[in-house]
Design a protein around this ligand. Sequence first.
Ligand SMILES: NC(=O)c1ccc[n+]([C@@H]2O[C@H](COP(=O)([O-])OP(=O)(O)OC[C@H]3O[C@@H](n4cnc5c(N)ncnc54)[C@H](O)[C@@H]3O)[C@@H](O)[C@H]2O)c1
Length: 253
Amino acid sequence: MFDLKGKVALVTGGRRGMGRAHALALASQGAKVAVTDVDATECAAVVEEIKSKGGEAACFKLDVTSKEEVNRVFDGVIKQFGRLDILVNNAGIFSPKPALELSEEEWDRMLGINLKGQFLCAQRAAKEMAKNKWGRIINISSIASGGVGVGFEGAAHYAASKGGIIGMGETLAVEWAPLGITVNMVAPGAIDTPMIQAAQMPEEAMKAMLAQVPLKRIGRPEEVSAMVVFLASEEASYVTGATFYVDGGWLAS
Ligand SMILES: NC(=O)c1ccc[n+]([C@@H]2O[C@H](COP(=O)([O-])OP(=O)(O)OC[C@H]3O[C@@H](n4cnc5c(N)ncnc54)[C@H](O)[C@@H]3O)[C@@H](O)[C@H]2O)c1
């Protein structure tokens, strides 16, 4: 099961954290992987790790907020690997700030990277996937996304972007089902990555947060990648427009 041999995957924000884990996991199932990031410095190390395990991968510098750059890089990936089957829209930022202090620029930057960036990549990917009548788009949201999600102080702009991802993805799933493309969302809880480390949450606040998580610990990037690999696979053929929470039970508590 979950054999991705012959498939080509593109991961955004792939140099570190969960993006890196998704790239490694997809490659371990046989996919060729385009590892992309706005900061391409560490991408090469991810590519080397994939190659050292016998996989195939290449590194591309990609800022997801630029339509021109998205088109150029996707063209390059398709030229190098011949096709595109799987997109993991993972790139994102988290810069918490009280809503009363948020500037227009901070709002626009958050929505530009987290939401518009996912749309630009999904739209370009779908044009390619439609040619083969097969595609898998996996959009990374968050439990801070509204609806059944968790409200986070300082995350008005982040939660707006992550909730937007779910609404957008449900619509894309409906529009692109006739093209053979599935679109699903993965909404992680607290996962141990540089993003969480950079938030520099005080120890007491972290303890209080984890106390609400039934599994009583922070998640590992690989635990989210397992869901990504499933959704990327042939086995997920009857799954589309859905959001999967990988949160240690947080939302159930
Ligand atoms: N860590 C968590 O607890 C958590 C929880 C829920 C959701 N998420 C989401 O998971 C995804 C991965 O987060 P992470 O925790 O691995 O964070 P991370 O900061 O380690 O990785 C994010 C990556 O996105 C890249 N990036 C930023 N702006 C970009 C742009 N304009 N174009 C392309 N790449 C860009 C960064 O360079 C970085 O490599 C994000 O979408 C994040 O919002 C994280």
